[in-house]
Structures are given as C-alpha cells and as structure tokens.
Design a protein around this ligand. Structure first.
Ligand SMILES: [Zn+2]
Length: 478
C-alpha cells in the first residue's frame, strides 16, 4: 500500500426522514416527483474564481447543469442570488454557506452536507450547506486541499440531492465522485452517471403500454427476497446486479418488448441505456394487447445484464437469496399482472399464490383500460364539488384519466392547491371506483375515494387525511 494521507476530508450526507418510515432510509428508494426541482442558490459573492466563474452561484449552477444532462424525469433549476428564507423543512431547497449546520456544529472533517426530508419515498426538500470555516475556490484538476474546490463538492452534494449515496460506504470499489472522500477526481464518473440514469432516466412509463411506478416494483422485489428467504428457505447466491438494477432494467426490458421491440433490440436498448443513452420504444402496442416476453428471452436478458454489471460496470458481487432465474421469472410475472389491470397488492399476491403452487392466476378486471366514452364515464375534465362537512370550502379538480391512471390538480378554498404525485397517480378500476391522492404545499394530503357515476356526470365518496376521516363529498362535471 502506498502511503495515504492520515486525515482526509469526508463529505457527509445526513438523511433525516420526516416521517418515521423505514423505507425512507433506503437511499435509492428516495425520488423527487417528476419535474423541476428549484434550488435556491444563496451563496454570496466571491469575486472571479480560479476557473473563471464569476460567483459561487455560477459554479453551482454549472454543477446542476452537469447532472441535468443525465436526468430525464427531473431537472434541478438553480435560482441565482436567491433571497428565499433559509431553514429546515421550509419548503425551499436552500444552498448556502454557513458556520453551523442549522445551529449544530460541523463534524470535524465535513466540507458540506446535504439534508433531505422525505415523505414515504418522495423527497420533499433538500438543503445543501457548505462549511464556511474552510477555504474555498472553484477549480479543476488535482485536489489542492486545504483550498477546496467548490465545484466538485457541489457536484457531489447535488448527487445526494438527487438521491445518490456513497458507493464506497456500500461495499463498492468504483471510481465515483459520489465516493465519500474528496479526491483529484473533478467531474462525474461513469458510475455516477449510471446512478443518475437509474434514478431519473427515461421513465418506465414512456411506452404505449404503461408500466407501474418504480417504487411498486422495488417493493415487490423486496417481498420476493423475503419470500425466498423465509418461506422457500433459499440460501444466498451472488449477483452482480443489485436489486435496484434488476428492477429498473428488468422493467425497461419488459417495456421495450411490450412496445414492439424484438428480444435482441430490447436487450441492446437497455444495455445502451445503462451507458447513459436514451432511445425510444419500437412501436405503439394497442392497450389491452400487452405482449409479455417468453421466459427464455427474459432469462437471457438477465444473464446479459449480469455480464454488463460484472464486465462493463465492474460491479462487485452482492448477496441475494433470489437466483437470476427467480428474478427473471417472477419480476416479469409481476409486471405481466400489472400491465394487465392488476394493482400492486393484487399483482404481488397472485405471484405469491403461483409460488405456493396454486398455478397461474387470472388477470384482473379492466385489462382493457376502462375505454371511457369521451365525455361520459371518464374522470377526465373539470369538476366542482364540496365536502359535506366543510360546506364553506368548495373544491375544484382538473383531472386526466389515462387508462386506469388519474392525474391532475386540486384546489379547495381555505386549504390551498395540490396535485397528484407523478410517482403515485390516482387509480380507477373497471367498476369506476377511484382513489386519488393530492399533495398540498403544506405537506398535507387529501385522499378522495369514491365512485364515478355511470354517465360520467358526477362522482361521490369519502375524503381522508388532512382532518377528514371519510367525510362524504360530491362533485359534478363542469
Ligand atoms: Zn457525500
């Protein structure tokens, strides 16, 4: 071993879960909703920096732009010279220098810190604080410690904002700016880019055939692990693809195949996506005619994925109790139920019934997405109504129903405005029963469970959360 500096500087990430939800601590299960993330750049003046940037904000803005090249579903937008109030969980993503971490002392070797708050698996806010007790400039090339490069540290912290962790603290030995210690590396490495692509690459909902939200698939994969360990009592095997990779890329393969690509093309497009390229699906498949890949194809895909992770990405083996064949068969079986009308819980249950030897289960009702008659039995449109217990507060919704998914906005006098979470759109089944959750600015949620009338002109049901507990509501199409 060559001599190493005794004291290196750690770039730390502190993750605080706003709600006590264990899944919020699973780093790669933390995502921003699709769309823009405004970053309030309030870093003060600097004079011209070594690399020519006129200000800290300009250097930070460039670091944001570097990440944005690789994220399709989310862009971090830098608000220069922001005067937004700084504070924890204040609805603003503050980026600033400070001598403390919201009043707490800096860890001895910390350059900067990213604090993020999540609700379930959705990121609500992320603040980045740089330690102003250290000396900073903005430069490329070798680390000039104790003069630290603001630009590479900002790149690293913005990686945390996106939801990336420290590979070297997860048993990986890869070249990555996301490793926990500052080094001569001054830009993103392939592993960093792959991480960003995995989190926010081309959406798995992009094809004609809609695929379930990623968090659902991650949850299913976790359940499968538990079932193999506790029920089937399988021993550990090694895999070069972690669970995240299996879920993201397995679903991508299925999406390409379902949307008209042949096996070889589907494999090639996924492997290319892992390298950071984006491509579109091959054809438009008709809803209700969802093509699932045969098992031998799926298994072949997963073997190629293993080779890609082992030889291309040089990932170390990880331990799992579900072998590659199990992943291939059951992940795709889960997806087959999902794209054929089943909700998450139903689809998972059907897979586990199959694993119990109960045979292939029937697909769910509503395989052909409701086929709403325009203007009648669809939630698409503008709605006005009232919650019976809050008659002074009329509500309005503007909804879009696509297949069995419902997205849209919500406004209610005195309560504010909200919208559906892109990662968890509302659902409606073939019986026209729906559940729609709206997120409001103050982190309050409204859940509407109800039934759409057969003529599509009205809907009624109950409201939950934000002070309501099943209070009746009615609304009519405008
Ligand atoms: Zn870090």
């Amino acid at each position: 071993m060559t001599a190493r500096r005794a004291s290196m500087i750690a770039i730390c990430a502190l993750v605080i879960s706003w709600q006590p939800d264990p899944s919020a601590y699973v780093l790669l299960n933390r995502l921003w909703p699709n769309g823009n993330v405004a970053m309030q750049l309030q870093l003060g003046t600097s004079g011209t920096l070594m690399d020519g940037f006129p200000s800290w904000g300009a250097s930070a803005g460039d670091a944001l732009a570097v990440w944005n090249q690789y994220t399709d579903r989310v862009d971090m937008i830098g608000i220069q010279n922001s005067t937004a109030p700084t504070g924890s969980l204040n609805g603003q993503n503050n980026v600033f220098f400070s001598s403390t971490v919201y009043g707490m002392d800096w860890d001895a070797n910390a350059l900067a810190i990213t604090i993020s708050w999540t609700v379930g698996s959705t990121v609500r806010e992320a603040d980045v604080i740089f330690n102003n007790r250290l000396s900073w400039n903005s430069y490329r090339g070798p680390n000039r410690q104790p003069l630290f490069d603001f630009h590479r540290v900002a790149l690293h912290e913005f990686g945390h904002v996106l939801g990336l962790g420290h590979p070297n603290e997860s048993g990986q030995n890869v070249v990555a700016l996301m490793n926990s210690r500052v080094s001569d590396l001054d830009g993103l490495a392939a592993d960093d880019i792959a991480g960003a692509r995995a989190l926010y690459g081309t959406s798995i909902n992009n094809g004609t055939v809609a695929f379930p939200p990623r968090n659902d698939v991650v949850d299913f994969r976790n359940q499968l692990e538990t079932y193999y360990r506790n029920v089937l009592r399988r021993g550990s095997v090694t895999s070069f693809v972690d669970m995240e990779g299996e879920v993201v890329w397995g679903a991508e393969y299925a999406r390409y195949y379902a949307n008209g690509c042949d096996h070889a093309t589907s494999v090639a497009r996924v492997l290319s996506a892992i390298d950071g390229n984006s491509s579109s699906v091959c054809a438009s498949a008709a809803p209700g005619d969802v093509r699932s890949a045969p098992r031998n194809f799926v298994l072949d895909f997963f073997f190629q994925l293993q080779a890609k992770y082992r030889d291309g990405l040089r990932r170390p083996p990880v331990s799992t109790v579900v072998d590659t064949e199990g992943v291939a068969v059951w992940l795709l079986e889960y997806l087959r139920y999902r794209v054929n009308g089943c909700g998450h819980a139903d689809a998972a249950q059907k897979v586990f019934l199959q694993l119990d030897g109960r045979g292939v289960q029937p697909l769910c009702e509503g395989t052909t997405p409701p086929a709403p008659t325009p203007g009648s039995a669809t939630l698409t449109g503008r709605w006005r109504g009232v919650i019976t217990s809050a008659p002074q507060s009329p509500l309005e919704m503007v909804l879009t129903q696509t297949g069995n998914q419902v997205t849209g906005t919500f406004a209610m006098t005195g309560f504010g405005n909200g919208q559906t979470d892109p990662a968890a759109p509302g659902r409606i089944d073939a019986g026209r029963n729906f559940e729609i959750r709206f997120k409001l600015q103050q982190f309050s949620d409204f859940i509407f469970r109800g039934t759409l009338a057969a003529d599509g002109a009205s809907a009624s049901g109950g409201v939950f959360q934000s002070g309501f507990n099943g209070d009746p509501f009615t609304m009519t199409r405008q």
